[in-house]
Design a binder for this molecule. Structure first.
Ligand code: AP5
Ligand code: MG
Length: 219
């Protein structure tokens, strides 16, 4: 299974990705987590990406395509992978095609902008694993601590309201059109890709069940 999750910032891509990767035994390729790790490590990519991410803008297509193409070439991706946060522009989507990377399934998680702003203010993040929680909707077992390691949870640098609104603007301009792009592809007779849109406002477990049903149909 080679798939990607599309959706606005905070739509629940990371939340659902961790369940999909556990259920199907495929690696999660989260470009946002890869960039945050690069920022933390102070690599040349991280140094370039930090200001862009803090401003809610997109890192350049060239850098992102190189990062993802290298990651997908690693042996653990041979049997499939789950992309989370890529592609985010039509140039990135075309690059998958020109690199011969054929996706089987694209799932878009749809959430209105106003719900997103509320969600982001309550998100808690575990920096070393990328696990996400929410103060109200998905609280950790112990307030402020990661369930697995017991380490402190923090707020992501780009989760303030000003940056979230900028990320939403960028999403509508550059990423939302990919839903139509993949839908048109899926409607081509004989094309192997499947495209689904699901309502991301339901509770986390309900969405999980819906995704599971769709993926079992595909597997
Ligand atoms: P990235 O890390 O990908 O951020 P994003 O797309 O903005 O998405 P998020 O991680 O914020 O949200 P999510 O959909 O994963 O939601 P989550 O599950 O955490 O990218 C960050 C930055 O890196 C970008 O802005 C850009 O600068 C750069 N970048 C990354 N990829 C790039 C690319 N390909 N090209 C160029 N630049 C790139 O859930 C959010 C919250 O809601 C959590 O608190 C969660 O608990 C809660 N929640 C989840 N589901 C539900 C639900 N159903 N009901 C209630 N609450 C829920
Ligand atoms: Mg995420």
């Amino acid at each position: 299974m080679r798939m990607t999750l599309l959706g606005a910032p905070g739509a629940g891509k990371g939340t659902q990705a961790s369940f999909i990767t556990q259920t199907f035994g495929i690696p999660q390729i989260s470009t946002g987590e890869m960039l945050r790790a690069a920022v933390k490590a102070g690599t040349p990519l991280g140094l370039k990406a930090k200001a862009i991410m803090d401003a809610g803008q997109l890192v350049s297509d060239d850098l992102m395509i190189e990062l993802v193409a290298k990651r997908i070439a690693e042996p653990d991706c041979a049997k499939g992978f789950l992309l989370d946060g890529f592609p985010r522009t039509e140039v990135q989507a075309q690059a998958l095609i020109t690199h011969g990377i054929q996706l089987d399934c694209v799932i878009e998680i749809n959430v209105p902008d106003d719900d997103i702003v509320e969600r982001m203010s309550g998100r808690l993040w575990h920096p070393s694993s990328g696990r996400v929680y929410h103060r109200t909707f998905n609280p950790p077992k112990q307030a402020g601590l990661d369930d697995i390691t017991g380490e402190p949870l923090v707020q992501r640098a780009d989760d303030n309201e000003v940056t979230v609104r900028e990320r939403l603007k960028v999403y509508h301009q550059q990423t939302k059109p990919l839903a139509a792009f993949y839908q048109a592809m899926a409607e081509q007779p004989g094309h192997p890709i499947a495209f689904y849109t699901i309502d991301g406002t339901a509770d986390i477990d309900h969405i999980r069940q819906q995704i599971l049903a769709l993926l079992q149909k595909e597997a």
